[in-house]
Design a protein. Structure first.
Length: 174
């Protein structure tokens, strides 16, 4: 049941992300990557291998829904999920700022990977232009959009804590 719920959340984010790209003009140049935000949310609580699997499945779903080249998003989202899963021990999961930094870093890594994968098909693309127009504004926009999503998803997944603070497995209660 939990996997079906995660699948439906990713499917909803895929559809919403594609519809936002079609309807809003500024989203075409600076994308709001809802799938990346939800991938980071789920990979923060998992190890690197599980993070990679979550990233690959989210990327494959985005490949199927977007109709682009199959495997491009799966490769880049898998690498980002593995990175977030690898560095998840450094993040204090109850605070918002480290999570937003993970979204910021994951967006930068994803955009750089996508740049190199796109450059195979479009060799005349310049990195400085792509950095200035897409990577930095997209990272900041994803951090802003991630705040309410993290509050919404974190509240639903940790609703049964009984009002007490939940500590991560790497931190001890003093």
């Amino acid at each position: 049941m939990k996997r079906i719920k995660i699948f439906l959340i990713f499917l909803f984010c895929n559809m919403l992300q594609i519809q936002l790209a079609r309807k809003l003009p500024f989203v075409r140049t600076v994308p709001i990557q809802l799938v990346l935000i939800v991938t980071v949310f789920y990979c923060i609580d998992r190890d690197w291998f599980s993070g990679m699997l979550v990233g690959i499945s989210a990327g494959l779903m985005l490949d199927f829904v977007s109709g682009g080249r199959l495997g491009v998003f799966a490769l880049s989202y898998g690498a980002v999920g593995m990175m977030v899963g690898y560095f998840q021990t450094l993040v204090f999961k109850e605070d918002m700022l480290p999570k937003l930094f993970m979204v910021f870093a994951a967006t930068i890594v994803l955009q750089i990977l996508n740049y190199h994968l796109i450059r195979i098909y479009q060799p005349n693309m310049r990195f400085i232009t792509y950095l200035y127009l897409s990577i930095v504004p997209g990272s900041l926009l994803n951090c802003i959009v991630a705040m309410p999503i993290f509050v919404l998803l974190y509240g639903r997944t940790h609703k049964n804590s009984g009002g007490r603070r939940i500590w991560s497995r790497d931190r001890r209660r003093v």
